[in-house]
Design a binder for this molecule. Structure first.
Ligand code: SF4
Length: 212
């Protein structure tokens, strides 16, 4: 599925039950040549209302992080979420919902081909790295996958309410300019997750210790 097909299909998608809890599909936004690709968990109330990713207080925090730590305006990064529809009652998306929505995320990654993918929070970190550890255990490390760096970090939501976590997020984002300026990783490693079925069970290779 190419990007245009994915976008068109997603707007009317009923692949999973989240079609019943959404007002609007929040596909994602940003330039198709973005070097930085940011993936959150799921749309929330504000995103569902506006049809745009990373709204409300979380979006304002992300905007500040991008501008102050990376030197990028929001419009210069591609922003999206693991699932494109708001789960009910503020819950996290279930594995089956993440898997149902995965083809859209893969189409976005294929089309944009970013150098750095920031995976925000545990679910995004696990889905994009295939690793089982929490984001707090592997945060701030650059994991080479498919010729890109996947960079797990904490969720914006967590950072909003915990100053210590916010400081960690600022620290992680401050590493992104160096990563964006680096050559793409030469290590070839596929995502090692099925495109539509469940997440990989096997542990991945150890992290690249010398990157940071
Ligand atoms: S979350 Fe994704 S797979 Fe589920 S209905 Fe929405 S667009 Fe389709």
């Amino acid at each position: 599925m190419d990007f245009a097909e994915a976008q068109k299909e997603a707007l009317g998608c009923k692949r999973c039950g989240l079609c019943n809890s959404r007002t609007r599909v929040v596909f994602g936004e940003g330039p198709l040549n973005a070097g930085l690709f940011v993936v959150g968990e799921a749309p929330g109330f504000n995103e569902d209302r506006d049809g745009k990713p990373f709204g409300g207080a979380s979006g304002m925090l992300l905007d500040r992080l991008l501008l102050r730590s990376v030197g990028l305006a929001r419009e210069e990064a591609y922003l999206t979420t693991l699932v494109k529809c708001k789960p009910p009652e503020g819950r996290s998306p279930k594995p089956a919902e993440i898997n149902a929505c995965r083809p859209y995320l893969l189409a976005q990654l294929d089309a944009i081909d970013p150098k750095v993918v920031v995976a925000m929070g545990d679910l995004a970190s696990r889905a994009l790295t295939g690793r089982k550890e929490s984001a707090s255990r592997i945060r701030g490390r650059a994991i080479p996958l498919d010729g890109r760096y996947v960079f797990p970090t904490l969720s914006l939501q967590r950072a909003l309410y915990t100053p210590a976590d916010r400081a960690l997020l600022v620290s992680d984002f401050s590493r992104l300019p160096e990563l964006l300026a680096a050559e793409r990783p030469t290590t070839y490693e596929t995502l090692n997750v099925p495109r539509v079925a469940g997440l990989a069970e096997a542990e991945r290779e150890p992290l690249q210790p010398g990157l940071w």
